[in-house]
Design a binder for this molecule. Structure first.
Ligand SMILES: NC(=O)c1ccc[n+]([C@@H]2O[C@H](COP(=O)([O-])OP(=O)(O)OC[C@H]3O[C@@H](n4cnc5c(N)ncnc54)[C@H](OP(=O)(O)O)[C@@H]3O)[C@@H](O)[C@H]2O)c1
Length: 250
């Protein structure tokens, strides 16, 4: 998809990867619906990115997601792409997983993206096509102690995405998954933790294709991968090539 003049919903646009993606897409001429809970941050961003619209939403609430999509469609007249990026981590060993917390993260990381897809798909079908990009995680490809809850939900998102991709081929709607690696954002700070300390820590530094698996990437680096997924319609885009064959014993 050529992104110029296309209408794109970016969830989680107030921070980190979503913010960097919104800025990148705006530079490429896209019209953006900026979605997250932080109304003030979104309105400030919308004033900086010409032609964009702040659409505050709690992505754990289906009725709000429906309203967010309706508002975006009402304003722009169409939705060409959806980037399901809003999300939060949960760091707890199996024994300590709190089921209520897991349900919350499930609502945010899996059900929210699913509901957003369910609302944009009929619009895209009517328009003759579209693109959906769902942000998973490198953790969906690994078995990292403490991260089973979060990783299993990001794996569920992969399955939903790649199944939707098959279902929607006939409608010319591409569905892609992007797998970020450790990325320098507020993600680690915002991750809900059962206890201090995690192996999935950010160590700073700018990652590059083929770079060290122990260096964090910048949000701008991941935004480029998201743009690549939008433009190519590829099924899966990995932050780094080595992630295609991760060492599942590590
Ligand atoms: N950073 C990493 O190392 C990393 C690695 C792999 C995958 N990822 C994935 O990348 C995505 C973006 O994360 P990030 O690194 O940019 O983290 P971040 O800086 O913490 O940003 C998270 C975004 O999600 C939004 N959000 C959180 N809860 C929400 C809710 N209930 N409703 C609506 N929006 C909500 C936040 O906005 P508000 O607070 O304004 O609602 C914020 O814009 C996530 O899906 C994450 O799982 C991150």
């Amino acid at each position: 998809m050529d992104i110029k003049n296309k209408t794109v919903i970016v969830t989680g646009a107030s921070s980190g990867i979503g913010l960097a993606t919104a800025k990148l897409l705006a530079r490429r001429g896209a019209k953006l619906a900026l979605a997250s809970r932080s109304k003030d941050k979104l309105e400030k961003l919308a004033s900086e990115l010409p032609g964009s619209l702040a659409v505050p939403v709690d992505m754990t609430k289906s009725s709000e997601i429906r309203r967010m999509v309706d508002r975006a469609e009402g304003h722009f007249g169409r939705i060409d792409a959806l980037i399901n990026n809003a999300g939060q981590g949960y760091d707890a060993p199996i024994e300590k997983i709190d089921v209520r917390t897991l349900h919350y993260i499930f609502d945010l990381d899996v059900v929210g993206p699913l509901v957003a897809m369910q609302h944009v798909i009929p619009l895209m079908r009517k328009q003759g096509g579209g693109a959906i990009v769902n942000i998973s995680s490198g953790l969906a490809l690994m078995y990292l102690p403490g991260m089973s809850g979060y990783a299993s939900l990001k794996s569920a998102l992969v399955n939903i995405s790649l199944t939707a991709r098959e279902e929607l081929k006939k409608d010319k709607i591409t569905v892609s998954v992007v797998y970020p690696y450790i990325t320098s954002t507020d993600f680690e700070k915002n991750t809900i933790k059962s206890s201090p300390g995690s192996e999935w820590e950010q160590e700073g530094g700018e990652g590059e294709e083929g770079g060290s698996p122990y260096k964090a990437d910048s949000a701008e680096f991941v935004a480029q991968k998201i743009l690549e997924a939008l433009e190519s319609g590829a099924a899966e885009v990995f932050a780094h090539d080595w992630m295609k064959n991760p060492d599942r014993e590590s």
